[in-house]
Design a binder for this molecule. Sequence first.
Ligand SMILES: Nc1ncnc2c1ncn2[C@@H]1O[C@H](COP(=O)(O)OP(=O)(O)OP(=O)(O)O)[C@@H](O)[C@H]1O
Length: 272
Amino acid sequence: MHVRGLTKRYGEVQAVGGLDLDIHTGEVFAILGPNGAGKSTTVEILEGYRKRDAGEVSVLGVDPGQATSAWRARVGIVLQTANDAAELTVRETVRHFARYYPHSKDPDEVIAKVGLTDKAGARIRQLSGGQRRRVDVALGIVGRPELVFLDEPTTGFDPEARRQFWDLIRSLAAEGTTIVLTTHYLDEAEALADRVAVIAKGRIVAEGTPQTLGGRATASARVTWADGYAETDTPTALVRTLADKYDGEIPGLQIVRPSLEDIYLDLIGDAQ
Ligand SMILES: Nc1ncnc2c1ncn2[C@@H]1O[C@H](COP(=O)(O)OP(=O)(O)OP(=O)(O)O)[C@@H](O)[C@H]1O
């Protein structure tokens, strides 16, 4: 996926202002950014659901602005469940969607994969919010897409459901599916993403692996021990000195690098 100079305005609001992005086949890519940063606008343009004002966009080798039904069948989009499906059962809904695609997966396998086998006969309206999100995901993947877009997929999930969902994403990724997700949960980005991009005010302000984003891996470390603390770029040297001083184990030793959230908040703060 290749994006250059992507621009979108809504009247006076510059939602996306010259955004460049490359997402590689088979990777899990997370798009982070504060409310109103332009994430949904960008993703909707990539999905072919929104027109851009300017810029070059290629998704699976096709301009989504000129999308054909053959291209759409290769792209999985996880939307919020439409309420018109409320009276159908989970199995009926997934079967119904499977028929839209030329090479769809077995609906019962997909239901099992999202952990809804026990609820396959339940009506959509009888499901909890988290269970409905799983139906959304089932509908997004039943067509065997090469690329899946997930917009804030785990909002409203309980911790166990989030972990199960992460496993599902990992298993999709292991099958070679490219995954683009937006999320406000930095632990989710860290757990799932090969690479992340931070968008602020319609532009990418940083891009990298969750481990190295914004200089995270080389950022100064905070070393704390029983009798003191220090911020240092050379924690190993400090630990060596302390080990000599204590002649062995350093009491209460902790070495902390900035979390992804620390880095993210710095990046967002700088962009304001
Ligand atoms: N249909 C629209 N008409 C007018 N303005 C819009 C429209 N959609 C989005 N915007 C504006 O464009 C900007 C970017 O919105 P967008 O929804 O892309 O942000 P986002 O990063 O997805 O935010 P969130 O994290 O809240 O979902 C915001 O200022 C928003 O108010």
